[in-house]
Design a protein. Structure first.
Length: 496
């Protein structure tokens, strides 16, 4: 008989099945996943809806098991018989499948680069300072993505210079065509009923709101979202991908990360469709390159570093930050926050389980870094509270980039700033109780004051960093430094 194949809940696309095979399939909905952690309600809804939609598509071929744990579910599905599974996306899941004698682990799918190929590339670069730009160019060449012969399309590898524009002056929105929005169906109704029941009986708790589902839960919906982005939104994506507008949280972003991370889309098809749009003259090269960089560059880089750095990487804490996350942050209590930029970003997470990469890095992550919050707890928060958050996504992104907890192995400097950056790249400072140019006093911007307090706290380390030496020297020009430091100590962990 053909060996059954096990599909995890983030392996839902056709590329996780072997073409021509009619092997029976197993899917397990394990309640213990939701008991262990307090996930965002919209994320729980999306994952369960996507799994159940896939099971409905597969019909009688799949055995869909509701169980307390994966072990129990697998025992119910196949007994002690053999089963195959593609390499899971977390260390915990990999330990589980490797602990089961009956499970054969197949190579990972859903990514462009094989683990062995990346390891060979990384080892060839010394294994330490692995620049994302070098990796990205290697992926572009080896997969012939956005290339003209041996050179990059558009004569440049990197169009970041054209893709860091502040929002148009006076604009409340970019005016981009709206993104694809799915319609809920009876499966979504069933999922919501189950989540309500679990919460009522006290077995599971969630955070955040679960409105109408905003992200694709099926291959058909994901393809529609990809098509909508490429045909109507990609052209305007590049210039303002780092900008923020209070009334336009989506702007021209693709909203495809959750579909990619559920396995509903394959990164190759996303990059290739974007390239096709450029070659057909429907999108400028800077926008296409910016999107390809996110999908084939950064996403792939983060996936590979998660495995290359090893499981202990999640515990790195080079800055020795140990403060607990405050309750208002854990509860996504945006209404308690006076700083308009942080309140806006936190409300977006509360209401949708999503913000784009700049609010994540330069508002939510930057505030955590400045306040000295424990990086492992910050990583867990991002994992639980974002619809596209998975262990492999958040460990490198938060530990390595956002919180600089690896001391610079992944990035060359801490990603944090004062309020002037937020003011330049957004409209979020208008109408705020604070002023981005003030670092002390009643109207002192928490980011501006927090930035200088952070530099002072880590001066000995950062003044040796070529990219941070000049900002650190700025501490010597602050006549009110002691006042700023006292003010930030008094602020404590209350909402700013």
């Amino acid at each position: 008989m053909t060996t059954p194949h096990w599909l995890f809940g983030d392996q839902l696309g056709p590329h996780f099945l072997t073409a021509g095979s009619d092997a029976p399939l197993v899917m397990i909905e394990a309640r213990s996943v939701f008991r262990r952690r307090r996930f965002h309600r919209a994320k729980a809804h999306l994952v369960l809806s996507a799994m159940r939609h896939r099971a409905a598509e597969l019909g009688d071929r799949v055995r869909y098991v509701h169980a307390e744990t994966y072990r129990e579910g697998l025992r119910e599905a196949v007994g002690d018989g053999p089963v195959t599974v593609h390499h899971p996306t977390s260390y915990a899941a990999l330990r589980l499948v490797r602990s089961l004698d009956s499970v054969t682990v197949l190579p990972a799918r859903g990514f462009l680069v094989a683990h062995d190929d990346f390891r060979a590339w990384a080892d060839g670069h010394g294994g330490q300072r692995l620049r994302q730009e070098d990796f990205y160019r290697w992926v572009r060449r080896s997969h012939d993505l956005l290339m003209d012969g041996d050179g990059p399309a558009g004569d440049r590898w990197n169009h970041d210079h054209d893709n860091r524009e502040p929002p148009p002056k006076g604009a409340r929105t970019l005016g981009a065509p709206p993104p694809y929005r799915p319609r809920e169906d009876e499966i979504d109704e069933e999922v919501r009923h189950d989540l309500d029941r679990w919460e009522r009986d006290g077995s599971v708790g969630f955070v955040g709101r679960d409105g109408p589902r905003r992200f694709p839960a099926s291959r058909r919906e994901a393809l529609a979202a990809l098509r909508r982005f490429v045909e109507h939104r990609l052209a305007g994506f590049g210039p303002y991908e780092d900008a923020m507008l209070a009334r336009d949280p989506v702007m021209s972003h693709s909203l495809l990360s959750s579909s990619l991370n559920l396995g509903l889309l394959d990164p190759a098809e996303c990059a290739e469709r974007a390239e096709d749009a450029w070659r057909a003259g429907r999108a400028p090269v800077n926008s296409v390159e910016g999107f390809v960089r996110q999908v084939a560059g950064w996403r792939e880089y983060v996936w590979q570093l998660y495995w290359y750095f090893g499981e202990d990487y999640r515990h790195r804490n080079a800055l020795r930050h140990h403060e607990r996350l405050p309750q208002w942050f854990l509860e996504l209590d945006a209404d308690a926050v006076r700083a308009r930029c942080l309140a806006t970003a936190l409300a977006q997470v509360r209401d949708t389980g999503w913000t784009h990469h700049i609010p994540r890095l330069m508002l939510l992550g930057s505030h955590a870094l400045q306040r000295g919050w424990d990086p492992e707890a910050v990583t867990d928060w991002f994992h639980r509270c974002f619809v596209d958050g998975y262990d492999w996504v958040m460990v490198p992104n938060v530990v390595g980039m956002s919180q600089y907890a690896d001391g610079g192995r992944m990035t060359t400097k801490p990603y944090t700033s004062g309020g002037s950056y937020v003011n330049r790249m957004s409209d979020l400072c208008g109408g705020c109780a604070y002023r981005p140019g003030e670092r002390s006093g009643d109207r002192a911007c928490p980011y501006t004051a927090g930035y200088w307090a952070f530099l002072h706290r880590h001066r000995a380390r950062l003044e040796r960093n070529p990219r941070m030496a000049q900002p650190v020297r700025g501490l010597d020009r602050l006549a009110d430094l002691e006042e700023v430091l006292h003010q930030e100590r008094q602020r404590g962990d209350g909402p700013p």
